[in-house]
Design a protein around this ligand. Structure first.
Ligand SMILES: C[S@@+](CC[C@H](N)C(=O)[O-])C[C@H]1O[C@@H](n2cnc3c(N)ncnc32)[C@H](O)[C@@H]1O
Length: 290
């Protein structure tokens, strides 16, 4: 082959690319070509892994994980999930744990975008449900800005998982008709929740990220008028084999010893529903039940 052949081929290819670019700008490309170009951009699945127990993963999440080229996962997502991935799937830990060194959110958004723009099927695996204290919007906004198609697969949030595995109903007719998920981790410490409003409600209150603020939470609620007899439960490593639950009341939780050794992640449930709990037979959930 001579150099003229290469030059001609190169010019033809260049001309074709320019033509496509012009048509793309003018919106003249046939629908099929547009879809093909989009497909080459890749896509992102934001998947909730469920809280704790690896078997809380949904069937849809399982399938999409099998099909992923790359999985970016958080510290809260059960690492056992990585074992079900095909050997060739790339995995990246983008660990985010409050108070610990973690990858900045901007960097995570950049990684998601970069891999999707390379044409990969990217899974962003988050603990619990991605839409609950999962910084979902920061990631979906970035993907939208880059016109990257994405889908969100819900997961079992810590509130549902911990309540179920400790036998506490989150709502109960005649006792609690609604439930509130509250973050105890404020980006700006001065930005406190409306304690007056929380203390006067009959809702079940579920505090996420509150292990270091248990006394603070109880103090704020009673300080704003909530009865010191209102029960509370602190669930450590909920739904896992290491789950431990400490029960107390707003007025005496500081004197309970059990929670002082908890490592987290831990969830706090406040409300009359805690007194409605019934003993759950967790061994029934084992792969080979008794
Ligand atoms: C950044 S938030 C993420 C919540 C997550 N997106 C969800 O829906 O469960 C992290 C907090 O969730 C709670 N959490 C997550 N997994 C938990 C578990 N297995 N047991 C108890 N609390 C858990 C803890 O309060 C933890 O500090």
């Amino acid at each position: 082959m001579n150099s003229g052949f290469f030059t001609q081929s190169w010019l033809r290819l260049n001309g074709f690319v320019t033509q496509v670019q012009h048509k793309l700008v003018k919106g003249e490309l046939p629908a099929k070509t547009k879809t093909q170009l989009k497909r080459r951009r890749g896509c992102v699945y934001l998947i909730g892994a469920g809280a704790g127990d690896v078997e809380l993963l949904t069937v849809k999440a399982y399938r999409l994980l099998q099909q992923a080229d790359i999985v970016l996962y958080d510290w809260l997502a059960n690492k056992e999930i990585l074992k079900i991935l095909p050997a060739e799937t790339e995995t990246v830990f983008v660990g985010k744990r409050a108070g610990h060194h973690s990858m900045p959110q901007e960097k995570i958004c950049q990684l998601l975008t970069a891999h999707a723009l390379k044409g990969k099927r990217v899974v962003r695996l988050k603990g619990g449900d991605p839409s609950i204290f999962g910084r979902l919007n920061e990631e979906t906004r970035t993907l939208s800005e880059h016109d990257i198609p994405f889908a969100i697969i819900p997961g079992i949030t810590a509130a549902s998982g911990c309540a179920a595995y400790s036998g506490i109903p989150l709502t109960e007719r005649g006792c609690s008709q609604s439930v509130r998920f509250v973050t105890a981790h404020f980006k700006n410490p001065a930005e406190q929740p409306n304690w007056q409003n929380l203390a006067s409600s009959k809702d079940t209150l579920v505090f996420y990220m509150g292990l270091n603020r248990i006394e603070d939470i109880a103090g704020h609620l009673t300080g704003h008028g909530m009865d010191r007899e209102v029960p509370m439960a602190i669930i450590d490593q909920g739904t896992t084999a290491e789950q431990q639950v400490c029960y107390g009341k707003l007025g005496n939780i500081a004197q309970q010893n059990l929670w002082q050794s908890f490592t987290g992640p831990a969830l706090i449930i406040v409300g009359e529903v805690v007194n409605k709990r019934q003993k759950v037979s967790l061994p029934l959930l084992a792969k080979q039940p008794p």
